[in-house]
Design a binder for this molecule. Structure first.
Ligand SMILES: [Zn+2]
Length: 184
């Protein structure tokens, strides 16, 4: 039997008795948001000229935690807040095309990547018969991973602004940032 791609979930409006999906709730929330939205009249360049690279963790509300307003910064997020080639791509565009100068890196306590190893990739390969091209970038030492991320930004030849790069660990239980010394 041929393997078929998973069918996209039908919109609730398509099926009379279907429960609303999480996306339906989001779309509904957006309708409320848009009803009182006023065009802020901004262009795409972040007001504070800063790019923040952070983990995608759901407990990390960057704007609230850092006192940021709409339009202040670029937020670039992935699993772990790891500085991968794609993060460098975004930072390069952020700095060269959209005028940012500073980089802030934020990892956090209780990160999902602390519980993974590169075995994750091998297990996926065994399951699906194809090896992911990406590294898991799992880590055991949060501080050291922040240092490595700072180092990757500071040594990237593509970034014109590498003098203001600072790294932090956010504590998900206290909401506090702890700055990491770039030297171990
Ligand atoms: Zn995380």
């Amino acid at each position: 039997m041929p393997i078929s791609a998973p069918q996209p979930q039908k919109r609730s409006s398509d099926a009379e008795h279907a429960e609303p999906t999480v996306t339906d709730h989001l779309v509904e929330a957006n309708a409320k948001y848009a009803s009182s939205f006023r065009d802020p009249g901004m262009d795409a360049r972040p007001v504070l000229k800063v790019a923040i690279v952070a983990c995608m963790d759901a407990r990390l509300d960057l704007h609230a935690a850092l006192g940021l307003e709409l339009g202040d910064c670029h937020t670039i997020r992935n699993a772990g807040g790891v500085v991968t080639d794609d993060i460098i791509r975004s930072l390069t565009i952020s700095q060269r095309a959209l005028g940012t100068r500073s980089v802030v890196l934020i990892h956090h306590t209780g990160c999902g990547l602390l519980n993974l190893t590169e075995d994750f990739r091998h297990e996926i390969e065994a399951e699906v018969g194809q090896r992911p091209a990406w590294a898991v970038e799992a880590f055991k030492d949060l501080d050291q991973d922040v240092r490595q991320s700072m180092q990757r930004v500071r040594t990237s030849p593509f970034l014109p602004h590498r003098d203001d790069v600072r790294g932090f660990v956010f504590d998900v239980t206290t909401g506090r940032l702890r700055e990491i010394d770039p030297r171990p």
